[in-house]
Design a protein around this ligand. Structure first.
Ligand SMILES: Nc1nc2c(c(=O)[nH]1)N[C@H]1C(S)=C(S)[C@@H](COP(=O)(O)OP(=O)(O)OC[C@H]3O[C@@H](n4cnc5c(N)ncnc54)[C@H](O)[C@@H]3O)O[C@H]1N2
Ligand code: MOO
Ligand SMILES: [Mg+2]
Length: 414
């Protein structure tokens, strides 16, 4: 008799997975290689930004005191004593009714405390007039207005995105200390599987899960080793899993985790002496998703059904890998949206529906069974319907997980 599997909640399953994540240490990479990596030291401002008072406009640097009383009928005249662009420091000091012609980004000359834009002047040779008084520091970009020296701007565990790169560059980091990334193995099991380039044959299908997972990893900037296809044979699959497990930091298999006569992953975990964290989750698709740990390394047993495989990766593999990389915001970002189509099916388990989200409304992305591949291709988000519910109709507010967002959130919100 087959042993009944006991389903656990998605939240419980995620917690069990995350509890086993071990970081892999650190390394130093060049700034240009740092995009997508996780910071293992905070970014603390080494100096004020900007580190000098500067002009935010093309115009003239003046002393505000000289502008008192200026009106349309009483224009005040200034004579230009120097001319500087960004990167040049004027050697002049302004005295009464003097100005320096100054371009955006250039440091304020000594004595100056305001900037007049070209558009606010009438120019006459080496002089110009203005028609309004200026306040002290008017139109000045002040030292430290963006960042103050010593301020912690980015926390440990943050993802390096293009803005982070700009900040690192600002402070002169040509190298960055980041968390090491896992090398992830991908093995697709199933006697029915053909390589992508092979011709279809009766009963056979092309392996879509392997390439899909490679792309899911690539989207996270993670390197993978492809172990190809393994027919449903206990001994040969076991050998392949043993080899892949030794050569990688974690192994993702697809297929063979359910209760079929040729589903060998449960037996493989047993032969490896792996600790199975769970083998049934109260969700659809992906209820048979199994996660085990052997020699401190994850063995993710994703379902063979493409939609279940995809969902298992996003819900369990992604946060675990991010935690291994030392990241803080490991979960898919969550929002709510208005349902644009009825979904009246019952949901005995939590349901994750591949969906198209336009920023306000969301609709299922077509054929949505566990074995569907088309809806994964069309979708950019997952609708989450709670277990024990039914009868969602147009206009209902539903929970949404966003896919493909660079950085997620620190809390599982569902
Ligand atoms: N009696 C029961 N049968 C099934 C149960 C159950 O609880 N009791 N669970 C069902 C659910 S839910 C799912 S999901 C599937 C999971 O099956 P496996 O993870 O064991 O995967 P396979 O049996 O190997 O394959 C399932 C399906 O997916 C196709 N497949 C497999 N690999 C790939 C691949 N790399 N690319 C594309 N498609 C793939 C395979 O051909 C099968 O059609 O079990 C249900 N059964
Ligand atoms: O695990 Mo299956 O994907 O629930 O449909
Ligand atoms: Mg099966």
């Amino acid at each position: 008799m087959m042993k009944q599997r006991k389903p656990i909640s998605v939240a419980e399953a995620i917690e069990r997975v995350i509890d086993h994540a071990q970081t892999l240490g650190e390394e130093t990479v060049g700034l240009f290689e740092s995009f997508g990596r996780i910071l293992i030291e905070p970014i603390i401002a080494q100096h004020d930004v900007p580190h000098f008072d500067r002009s935010p406009y093309d115009g003239f640097a003046i002393r505000s005191v000289d502008t008192a009383g200026a009106t349309g009928d009483n224009r005040i005249e200034f004579s230009v004593i120097d001319h500087i662009g960004a990167g040049i420091v004027s050697s002049k000091t302004l005295t009464k009714n003097e100005a320096v012609r100054i371009m955006t980004g250039a440091p304020l000359p000594s004595g100056a405390d305001a900037i007049v834009m070209f558009e606010q002047t009438i120019e006459l040779g080496d002089s110009f007039t203005i028609r309004k008084p200026f306040d002290t520091l008017e139109n000045v970009s002040l030292q430290g207005e963006d960042v103050k020296e010593g301020e912690e701007i980015i926390e440990v565990g943050s993802l390096i995105h293009p803005g982070t790169v700009a900040l690192l560059a600002t402070f002169g980091y040509d190298k960055v200390r980041v968390a090491k990334q896992p090398v992830v193995g991908i093995l697709s099991t199933g006697t029915e599987l053909l390589d992508v380039s092979e011709q279809l044959a009766p009963g056979k299908i092309r392996n879509s899960n392997g390439p899909m997972i490679a792309a899911q990893l690539a989207r996270m900037g993670i390197c993978f080793k492809m172990y190809g296809l393994s027919p449903d044979n206990l001994e040969s699959s076991l050998e392949m899993v043993k080899r892949a497990e030794k050569e990688t930091d974690c192994l993702i298999t697809t297929g063979g985790v359910s209760v079929g006569d040729f589903d060998f992953l449960p037996a493989i975990y047993e032969r490896l002496g792996a600790k199975v964290l769970f083998n049934k989750v109260a969700m659809r698709p992906g209820s048979v998703t199994t996660v085990a740990v052997a020699n401190g390394r994850y063995l993710f047993g994703l379902s063979g059904n493409p939609s279940a495989c995809f969902t298992g990766f996003e819900l369990f593999v992604r946060p675990a890998l991010l935690k291994m990389m030392g990241a803080d915001k490991i979960y898919l970002p969550h929002t709510t949206a208005v349902l644009a189509e009825d979904f009246t099916k019952a949901n005995p388990f939590s349901r994750f529906i591949r969906a198209v989200y336009d920023g306000v409304t969301i609709r299922p992305a077509g054929f949505n069974k566990s074995n569907a591949v088309s809806s994964i291709a069309r979708g950019n988000a997952l609708i989450v319907l709670p277990g024990g519910s039914r009868g969602f109709t147009v206009g209902d507010k539903v929970d949404v997980l966003l896919l493909g967002v660079e950085e997620g959130t620190g809390k599982w919100l569902l």
